[in-house]
Design a binder for this molecule. Structure first.
Ligand code: FUL
Length: 691
């Protein structure tokens, strides 16, 4: 008995001693996320829904004088929207309750310009209500976009308008249940109807809206809310400086509370900033935000959406993916199909985590404690983690997969409750007793996913090369995902030479030139090839292991631009190289218009042009206002088209303008204004549509 007692005492003592000796976790490294921010970050992926009078006018931005009679959808069904979002794996929906045109999708008490005065449901309808209810039914969070810029309101620009804006926000935050996020769009001021004034109104976005008070009101009304903005006044989240669907590879969830937020801070965050401000990547499933029938062929492909996923969720941000509503009040079947296929592709890519429960060992553990040992990163628990000794800013973990396996995705997460720490890391695999580098990367944060050509090995080594304090890693996953089989990009150079670029460098590529659908029996792409005249190239990317192929690219090209010469300019190669990324710039040295004058070499029948701006995120000199002229002799000019490219700053997609056929030996594309108020104009590509 005494023996038993003794041995019990000993083991209790031993346990107590072990407990006392158990090292405490690392101190938080500030800033750290709030509970709201943590919850939001775990949502990862949710929907934006753009729907307003623009849906009926084919515009990007309404002017504010659009007729209320336009709004009368015959099949509006918010339950369809919510069902699709749910089936797509999204966790919430943010809805354009009011876009820049000022039209309210709910019967606001403060304006006549709302659904209440439309024929829809005899003015008894409320789209915000129907959507909020549908979201609740489908278990989705609900958020609202309320545009500060209001091109309808007579008082826009005066203090009364700010009061009006707040009243509207109060309605939305009081009457529709829990709101998880508000979106206060950064587009500010400019021309508008403004109650009949038809004028330009400029405001100082920094002071005019008095955001501090508005934010305080929002937080009081909705304690769980997250406030998005574009950095001007610190919200809880930040825009990433582009609508193209990616955040910087380096992405810190940190910004300073005070001071200017430059573009780079939006895109990369600010290492060491004093506030936790995470990034949200907002982009649309189509080129534009609102529905345009002409874009039914431009719904993003699944691989493009996968790339967007890797460049948002895979880079420590969330993904806010927009789906527009058609004039009848429903989501288009093609968008629905893509969203579901995208969900399936994510499932396939992340189906089998080969790192789960494998042996993991580290070269250094905090106090050599098992509590912080390497296997914590593969135990599937988000609250456990691996860390090293205090003061150490490096450390590494080796995963033993048990046998040689192939893999091409690496997912890693920091335990962000203790702050974002890692500055850089490396992953390697072992081959014939040697470590070979797969890649270097920078920040991790909540989640980082790396994709790389498939490697075959039994061992993977993850090494933190630099960190702001001891790294704290909660999770590592490894996958063998199928190839990204996007329709390959096809470029045609000035002289007619064609090159084909698959999304996944491991894919094979097949193509045709006779309009037929390519198969593996078609031409195999081995490198750039010569072509002449107007051509149509169809191409597929192909994965031999799965025998799957990508959707078909169908690229039609007008005549080669072989004889074209830009007058008064040298080295214009990048303007006509077919590469949508390389850009050519010219400077008007302070004078507008800045003309791009081209001698076509021959007289052509021209019926339109295509302008692709410098796509480098906010690449200098995106043209907003233009005119296009033709001439037979280079002296007498006729204007064929002129106007503005709306929302081109945030969404610099190719702009196509057409006009009646005319003869031209010379063409002149004049830039009258650019996004930066400078005369530096950038072009990725310029082309004509001929007959
Ligand atoms: C932009 C707006 O101007 C677009 O129309 C769209 O709403 C997008 C989400 O934000 O700034």
């Amino acid at each position: 008995m005494r023996k038993l007692f003794n041995s019990l005492t000993c083991s209790v003592m031993a346990m107590l001693m072990a407990a006392c000796a158990a090292p405490a976790g690392p101190e938080p490294m500030y800033p750290v996320p709030s509970e709201n921010q943590l919850r939001w970050q775990q949502m990862e992926y949710y929907a934006f829904i753009h729907y307003s009078l623009n849906t009926y006018t084919d515009q990007s931005w309404g002017y504010g004088d659009e007729a209320l009679e336009l709004f009368n959808p015959d099949s509006l069904d918010c339950r369809q929207w919510a069902r699709i979002c749910k089936e797509a794996g999204m966790k919430g929906v943010i809805f354009t309750a009011k876009h820049h045109c000022g039209f309210c999708m709910w019967p606001s008490e403060y304006t006549e310009y709302s659904v209440r005065n439309t024929p829809w449901k005899d003015g008894q309808g409320d789209v915000v209500r129907e959507l909020a209810d549908a979201c609740r039914e489908y278990g989705l969070e609900f958020g609202v976009y309320l545009s500060p810029w209001d091109r309808n309101h007579p008082y826009y620009g005066t203090p009364e308008y700010v009061e009006y804006f707040r009243n509207q926000l109060r309605e939305l935050l009081t009457n529709y249940g829990p709101i998880f996020e508000t979106w206060f769009d950064g587009a500010q001021g400019g021309t508008g109807y403004y109650g009949g004034a038809y004028e330009t109104r400029n405001i100082d976005a920094k002071t005019y809206y008095q955001w501090k008070d508005t934010f305080a009101m929002a937080r009081e009304l909705q304690p769980g809310i997250l406030i998005w903005n574009d950095g001007g006044d610190r919200g809880d989240l930040r825009w990433v400086g582009t609508e193209a669907g990616f955040v910087g590879e380096t992405n810190w969830s940190q910004l300073n509370k005070e001071g200017n937020v430059e573009w780079g801070m939006l895109h990369y965050g600010l290492e060491g900033g004093d506030s936790w401000v995470c990034a949200e990547v907002n982009t649309s499933i189509r080129p534009e935000w609102f529905y345009h029938e002409s874009e039914n062929t431009k719904v993003k492909t699944v691989p493009k959406l996968m790339e967007t996923y890797y460049h948002s969720v895979g880079r420590n941000a969330t993904l806010l993916l927009n789906v527009p509503i058609m004039p009848n009040g429903l989501i288009h079947p093609l968008d629905e199909e893509r969203l579901k296929a995208f969900a399936q592709a994510r499932e396939e890519a992340f189906a089998d985590n080969i790192a789960y429960k494998v042996g993991a060992s580290s070269d250094k553990v905090r106090g050599n404690s098992r509590r912080f040992a390497a296997p914590k990163v593969t135990d599937g628990k988000s609250e456990t983690y691996w860390t090293v000794e205090d003061g150490d800013k490096t450390g590494s973990i080796t995963l033993d997969l048990g046998k040689e396996m192939s893999f091409n995705r690496f997912l890693v997460q920091e335990y962000i409750r203790l702050g974002q720490r890692v500055r850089s890391f490396t992953i390697e695999y072992e081959q014939d007793g040697q470590w070979k580098k797969i890649m270097d990367a920078t920040t991790i944060g909540y989640k980082r996913i790396l994709y790389f050509p498939t490697v075959y090995s039994r061992y993977i080594r993850f090494t933190v090369a630099d960190s702001r304090a001891c790294p704290v890693i909660s999770n590592i996953e490894v996958y063998r995902a199928p190839q990204i089989l996007d329709a390959p990009a096809v470029w045609r150079h000035k002289d007619g030479k064609v090159s084909i670029h698959p999304a996944d460098s491991e894919s094979e590529v097949y193509y045709t030139l006779d309009g037929s659908v390519p198969t593996t029996a078609s031409f195999k792409y081995e490198g750039p090839f010569e072509t002449d005249g107007r051509i149509e190239v169809k191409a597929i990317a192909y994965e031999s292991a799965s025998r799957k192929s990508s959707p078909v690219t169908s690229a039609s090209f007008d005549l080669p631009r072989t004889d074209w010469k830009v007058i008064g300019a040298e080295e214009t190669e990048k303007l006509f190289d077919g590469d949508p990324v390389s850009a050519w710039h010219q400077n008007g040295n302070g004078k507008f218009p800045v003309p791009l004058t081209i001698d076509l070499g021959n007289s052509l029948n021209v019926k339109g042009f295509k302008y692709l701006p410098d796509p480098y995120i906010w690449g200098p000199g995106i043209i907003t206002h233009y005119s296009f002229e033709v001439s037979a002799d280079g002296r007498h000019w006729q204007v064929m088209s002129q106007g503005e490219f709306s929302n081109i700053k945030n969404n610099p997609v190719e702009q196509t303008k057409t006009f009646p056929v005319c003869k031209a030996r010379f063409v002149r594309f004049n830039a009258f204004a650019n996004t930066e108020n400078s005369t530096n104009i950038g072009y990725a590509e310029f082309n004509l549509i001929t007959e």
